[in-house]
Design a protein around this ligand. Structure first.
Ligand SMILES: *[C@@H]1O[C@H](CO)[C@@H](O)[C@H](O)[C@H]1NC(C)=O
Ligand SMILES: *[C@@H]1O[C@H](CO)[C@@H](O)[C@H](O)[C@H]1NC(C)=O
Ligand SMILES: *[C@@H]1O[C@H](CO)[C@@H](O)[C@H](O)[C@H]1NC(C)=O
Ligand SMILES: *[C@@H]1O[C@H](CO)[C@@H](O)[C@H](O)[C@H]1NC(C)=O
Ligand SMILES: *[C@@H]1O[C@H](CO)[C@@H](O)[C@H](O)[C@H]1NC(C)=O
Ligand SMILES: *[C@@H]1O[C@H](CO)[C@@H](O)[C@H](O)[C@H]1NC(C)=O
Ligand SMILES: *[C@@H]1O[C@H](CO)[C@@H](O)[C@H](O)[C@H]1NC(C)=O
Ligand SMILES: *[C@@H]1O[C@H](CO)[C@@H](O)[C@H](O)[C@H]1NC(C)=O
Ligand SMILES: *[C@@H]1O[C@H](CO)[C@@H](O)[C@H](O)[C@H]1NC(C)=O
Ligand SMILES: *[C@@H]1O[C@H](CO)[C@@H](O)[C@H](O)[C@H]1NC(C)=O
Ligand SMILES: *[C@@H]1O[C@H](CO)[C@@H](O)[C@H](O)[C@H]1NC(C)=O
Length: 643
């Protein structure tokens, strides 16, 4: 039901965007309002902004490229503008004038905004983005008409865009290129355009453009599309949408497919395909050619819906499959017998629990690596004697936990309950735990921005499954970097979930007299009053996110004059707008600013003092995956370092 409700909400959300987009002015394509805070009315920031923006339109060099900064921190404004390479100075100026007014109106008192039009775009921020490759605030649109032969179209479009991008990057000092290619008899020509900001070198420009090529795959089959970022953009259509002659002609021999038989031509050679809009000059091409203006988040939302639906469908399928006797998937586990391992098997697999095979030691016991006779690698957790629960109760729980299966959870393969021994057998995950890499001054280099983002998203998915999607509603209660294992592709897998449930006997929430967990990750209400809920896991997740981004341990934070724990340290920099100073130095400058800010903000939202104001895991998932979900401003985090 929750899923259906989620779907409905998303659909409403999608619908509202559909309704809103076309009603926006024909020229305004999309705007992103920043998340770096508001400025005060009549303050210095506002006056700097009002002084800087008009000069973009008046002082912009051909073709309206301009970047500049004005004022001093904390009121320093950075701005960048670019007009499409084929428009003349008067069109450029009026577009930028309009951009400035619209941005101030659409993102009121926002320190940062990016706004896109047909002929120009404008971006400003209180953070310095001028000297980086940062191409964020990306969005794309496509032509609503389907193509009859999508494969052919997409192949030609990719080649045209690739060649036009090369031209823009390497043959044009203005970093602007247009090109055309013959398509079919029915759709005579395909037109392409690519452009970067002029301050980019050829390589920077080409890298920027190729970085967005993959988006073309997601809109394959549409008769045109455009992808716009704040540093480069390209567009391709079956009609001429730019002024002037094309700079590039794609030779037909290599690329254009021969006129096809399938497309219907009438006897006199007139095409029957609906006329493609031409450059009519009165601007109505926007209405005809581009019916849909959809932003990336929307597409991500689509993907989210489809994945939800696929999950739903799979689960139903799995449930149906349950009736088939040959099925051996986890849903089939009905009794503890089916997951029992012999003690002798485990002894053989681990060379009698030898020291060489020992992977680590934790509060609950030791972990050994083992290899089964069929070659499968396992990790055996040998629990110290006397963990709380009765054997019967434990068996029931084990059966439930063994059924949990998610690619971001370490899989429990079975158990061994013999001769006073309690052992849990897990799949073996090769790359050890996150803390051994993240907090190691050399190994941390392996974790670039993309990997860390993937790790954060993966943990979020695993936790969402535990909290909301599994039958058990498990609160982990000891989420921390050393409980996140990494597989060979650095995908995170949460381990030790269900532990508290297995051995503490607690149900879905409440009060406990025995606080389990790890200092530095525990929510204040849990530490102080023993109250736990899904929201205490969210707190631990927030701490983990901040640790992953800064590379700093919360529990072992070096005291500085500014702050003596990670949360207040991040908070200080967040309020001062100096987040770039606290991100892990090993990123260098290879991190996307808006994504990083968003992640920090999500982390801060999760560690707020009041459990009720922390987001749920499903909200966190949405916030991570969709740029169109606007984030609240976090309140001051709870500081629970009571040592
Ligand atoms: C910024 O201003 C907008 C509109 O005035 C408001 O909705 C938003 O909550 C403000 N954000 C912050 C962080 O104050
Ligand atoms: C800002 O200045 C304008 C006129 O200069 C005035 O009308 C307005 O009330 C001022 N706003 C604030 C918040 O001071
Ligand atoms: C930019 O424009 C402003 C007025 O809008 C002018 O005062 C300034 O001199 C110009 N700067 C350059 C470099 O042309
Ligand atoms: C600039 O282009 C627009 C539309 O393409 C045209 O109407 C206008 O006359 C041009 N202005 C100049 C100065 O060339
Ligand atoms: C394009 O194709 C999709 C699925 O193939 C279809 O649902 C949609 O209606 C088509 N759109 C147009 C304008 O033909
Ligand atoms: C673009 O062209 C280059 C060579 O001209 C080629 O190596 C590359 O694979 C092409 N990229 C795509 C996405 O087709
Ligand atoms: C682009 O530049 C390359 C080398 O600089 C040259 O070989 C090529 O012919 C140029 N292409 C066009 C269309 O001018
Ligand atoms: C494209 O087609 C037109 C007419 O069909 C032809 O004149 C032209 O040479 C072709 N262009 C290329 C680059 O093949
Ligand atoms: C269609 O193509 C086939 C060969 O591919 C050719 O024999 C046939 O004559 C063509 N038909 C028309 C109507 O052009
Ligand atoms: C072409 O269109 C006509 C009518 O418009 C139709 O009768 C004929 O079958 C079509 N031919 C093909 C190959 O689609
Ligand atoms: C094609 O059709 C248009 C009207 O749809 C007509 O004016 C034109 O003469 C036709 N061309 C030929 C070559 O028959």
């Amino acid at each position: 039901m929750a899923l259906l409700l989620g779907c409905k909400l998303l659909c409403l959300f999608l619908l509202s965007l559909f309704l809103v987009s076309p009603s926006l002015s024909a020229e305004l394509l999309y705007q992103f309002c920043g998340s770096t805070g508001n400025y005060t009315a009549n303050g210095t920031y506002e006056s700097n902004l009002n002084a800087l923006l008009p000069s973009l339109a008046s002082n912009g060099s051909d073709p309206g490229f301009y970047k500049d900064t004005l004022g001093r921190v904390p009121d320093q404004v950075y701005a960048l503008s670019l007009c499409r390479g084929d428009v003349n100075a008067s069109v450029c100026r009026s577009c930028l004038d309009r951009a400035r007014q619209d941005a101030l109106q659409l993102c009121p008192y926002n320190k940062a905004a990016t706004i896109y039009y047909d002929y120009c775009f404008l971006r400003y921020s209180n953070l310095n983005f001028l000297n980086s490759n940062d191409n964020s605030d990306l969005f794309y649109m496509w032509n609503a008409q389907n193509d009859t032969d999508p494969d052919k179209f997409n192949k030609l479009a990719t080649e045209l865009v690739n060649r036009t991008s090369q031209y823009a990057a390497f043959n044009s000092s203005r970093r602007f290129g247009t090109g055309e290619a013959n398509f079919t008899a029915a759709d005579p020509k395909l037109y392409g355009l690519a452009q970067c900001t002029q301050d980019f070198s050829g390589d920077q420009c080409y890298n920027c453009l190729t970085g967005m090529f993959s988006v073309m795959q997601s809109i394959a089959g549409q008769r045109g599309g455009r992808v716009l970022g704040s540093r480069c953009n390209f567009r391709y259509e079956l009609y001429r949408f730019y002024e002037g002659t094309s700079m590039l002609q794609l030779p037909s021999s290599s690329s254009s497919p021969p006129p096809s038989n399938g497309t219907n031509t009438t006897g006199n050679g007139n095409t029957t395909t609906p006329a493609v809009p031409t450059m009519g000059g009165d601007g109505n091409k926007n209405n005809i050619g581009m019916i849909l203006a959809i932003v990336i988040p929307l597409v991500i939302a689509f993907l989210l819906i489809s994945s939800i639906c696929i999950c739903f469908w799979r689960r139903r399928k799995r449930r149906m499959a349950k009736k088939l006797p040959h099925d051996t998937n986890p849903e089939e586990i009905t009794s503890v017998e089916s997951i029992l391992f012999d003690l002798s098997t485990l002894k053989t697999a681990t060379a009698n629990f030898s020291e060489e095979n020992k992977l680590g030691q934790g509060g609950f016991g030791s972990v050994y690596k083992g290899t089964l006779q069929n070659g499968r690698e396992i990790a055996v957790k040998r629990l110290s004697a006397g963990s709380g629960q009765g054997i019967g109760e434990l068996k029931n729980e084990l059966v439930l936990v063994a059924k949990l299966q998610h690619r971001n959870l370490v899989r429990l393969l079975g158990v061994c309950l013999e001769e006073e021994e309690k052992m849990l057998v897990y799949e073996y995950v090769p790359n050890r735990s996150l803390d051994t890499i993240l907090f190691d001054s050399i190994k941390r280099e392996q974790l670039d921005w993309g990997r860390r983002y993937k790790i954060i998203s993966g943990i979020a998915r695993g936790l969402l499954y535990l909290h909301e999607d599994s039958q058990l509603k498990i609160i982990h209660r000891d989420l921390k970097a050393s409980n996140i294992l990494l597989d060979e592709d650095m995908n995170p897998k949460i381990s030790d979930f269900g532990f508290a449930r297995l051995f503490g006997g607690d149900q879905t929430g409440g009060t406990t007299s025995r606080v389990v967990g790890t200092f530095g990750y525990m929510a204040p209400e849990y530490v102080m009053r023993g109250q736990f809920s899904a929201k205490s896991d969210i707190f631990s997740f927030g701490v983990l996110v901040l640790e992953i981004l800064t590379g700093q341990k919360n529990s072992n934070f070096p005291e500085t004059e500014q702050a003596d724990d990670l949360l207040s340290y991040v908070w200080e920099h967040w309020t001062q707008g100096t987040i770039s100073e606290i991100l892990d130095p090993s990123f260098g400058d290879r991190w996307p600013r808006s994504e990083a800010l968003r992640c920090i903000q999500i982390g801060l939202l999760c560690v707020q003092e009041d459990p009720a104001s922390r987001p749920s895991m499903s909200t966190v998932g949405l916030m991570l995956n969709s740029y169109s979900v606007s984030l609240q401003a976090p309140s001051k985090p709870a500081f629970c370092m009571l040592d």
